[in-house]
Design a protein around this ligand. Structure first.
Ligand code: URP
Ligand code: ZN
Ligand code: ZN
Length: 448
């Protein structure tokens, strides 16, 4: 057999096994997994792990939020993702009040197509003004949006009745509802109370969003999904109380899946103690919590209560964060994590002994692909897209604004030393990052 590219001598890691083999690639697909494959073009993976390309199912690139737009665009964001071993992202589309869901999808899709260097999908957000457009959900699904985002927080929040209607429409279309779950009424009451009492520092962000209010919303939305007879995926779980609700619902037979993110696994609320704007930079929602919460989340990962780890990459510049310094609720929320996600979960998760190397691949590659219907992605198998990462498990990297390629100009993981980093990232058989250089052409990414 002839190949376009062979990856030789690597240790292949999938969600279920670890073994030595070569991978033969032709026309962007894996066509052979065997010993001693030969080809003119070789990537030598001796002493390296070879994993599926990582999949990040929760990113916000060039996304308008309030008066700002998240910092990385589809080019800079996907480039940073590729440096970190990510070969597929799922971003979001939000329709304007007078726009159809399909028109909004086409617009966002062509923006991403012109810039993205890796493959991408889009979740459709159901905004409050979209409730009158729920009869368009099927058309959006047919046009390629398989998952629909619902906010229980912020200005985009739906009330419980609207959530129920949205769930029914999404369920009928065959889509997957995904939810930002926080009890907004109680949280905004606590925010107002704390601000009135002069408690404006960044640490009051976490104190205004206690874990029980995240857990309450998770429990409530699971009940609504159960009533509507639809599955539901809960985004960015930050605390044991919330994942416990998911775990119990699953024991009762409900189809609920859960995501957590690096910021809840690699940072603690100590970040808010930093002086000046540094202390406000890591504000995101749900908030970063204490060390006990963090360690318990790792335990829940170890016992497989979570299904995906995504970045929720949503950076704003230092200037934009600084402009909100008068009080924690004025700081635009979100942190950059798109590049360090895969490696940091290896370093903190696998090397520190919380999860196995196969659970790492499952959480960052395989289950994300399965959950969102990315059938050609997320695994090392003959017939799958040749989206692969050659990963050096002993490469040491100090995270900093200089070592990362994100545009925000800061990282909340500054000074963290991690062990394990991708050396080669391959997307549909094309080497897009090698030895610290991006080789991909802008706009090569495809909508999936
Ligand atoms: O604070 C965050 N997480 N910002 C991004 C938007 C969201 O809630 O996912
Ligand atoms: Zn959210
Ligand atoms: Zn998000």
């Amino acid at each position: 057999m002839s190949y376009d590219l062979v990856i030789k001598n690597g240790t292949l890691v999938t969600a279920s096994s670890t073994y030595k083999a070569d991978i033969g690639i032709k026309n962007g697909r894996i066509i052979a997994i065997a010993e001693k494959l030969e080809c003119d073009k070789i990537v030598d993976a001796t002493d390296r792990l070879v994993t599926p390309g990582a999949i990040d199912t929760h990113v916000h690139l060039e996304m308008p939020i309030g008066k700002y737009t998240s910092t990385d665009d589809f080019y800079t964001g996907t480039k940073a993702a590729a440096f970190g071993g990510t070969t597929t992202i799922i971003d979001f589309v939000e329709a304007g009040e007078n726009q159809t869901l399909v028109d909004a999808l086409e617009e966002r899709k062509s923006k991403a197509e012109s810039r993205s260097i890796i493959d991408f999908g889009l979740h459709m957000t159901i905004m409050p003004h979209d409730i009158k457009k729920l009869n368009q959900v099927q058309a959006a699904f047919d046009a390629g949006c398989k998952s629909f985002k619902i906010y229980m927080a912020y200005g985009n929040k739906l009330n419980d009745g609207e959530i129920l209607l949205a769930f029914e429409a999404i369920g009928e279309a065959g889509g997957l509802p995904i939810v930002h779950a926080e009890n907004w009424d109680a949280i905004t009451t606590l925010i107002d109370k704390n601000i009135k009492e002069g408690n404006t520092g960044p640490e009051w962000h976490t104190k205004s969003r206690p874990a029980i209010l995240e857990a309450e919303a998770v429990g409530r939305v699971i009940d609504l999904a159960t009533y509507a007879g639809v599955p539901v995926h809960i985004f960015h779980i930050s605390c044991p109380e919330a994942i416990e609700r998911v775990k119990n619902a699953r024991i009762q037979g409900h189809y609920v899946t859960a995501e957590t993110c690096p910021q809840y696994l690699c940072l603690t609320d100590e970040v808010f103690e930093a002086e000046g704007v540094e202390g406000a930079l890591p504000i995101c929602s749900p908030p970063i919590r204490g060390i006990v919460d963090q360690l318990e989340l790792w335990e829940y990962l170890s016992s497989e209560s979570f299904h995906t780890i995504s970045s929720d990459h949503c950076p704003f510049t230092l200037k934009e964060k600084e402009a909100g310094m008068e009080a924690f609720n004025k700081v635009p929320g979100g942190v950059p994590s798109i590049e360090m996600r895969f490696s940091s979960i290896y370093s903190r998760g696998v090397r520190d002994g919380f999860i196995t190397v196969n659970q790492w691949v499952d959480l960052c590659c395989t289950t994300p692909a399965w959950l969102f219907g990315l059938e050609s992605k997320g695994d090392i198998q003959v017939g799958k897209d040749a989206d692969l990462v050659v990963f050096n498990p002993s490469k040491e990297v100090e995270l900093s604004r200089e070592s990362l390629h994100e545009e925000a100009g800061w990282t909340p993981y500054k000074d963290q030393k991690i062990t394990g980093w991708p050396e080669v990232t391959i997307s549909r058989g094309e080497i897009i990052v090698e030895n610290g250089k991006c080789l991909a052409e802008k706009g090569r990414g495809q909508f999936i």
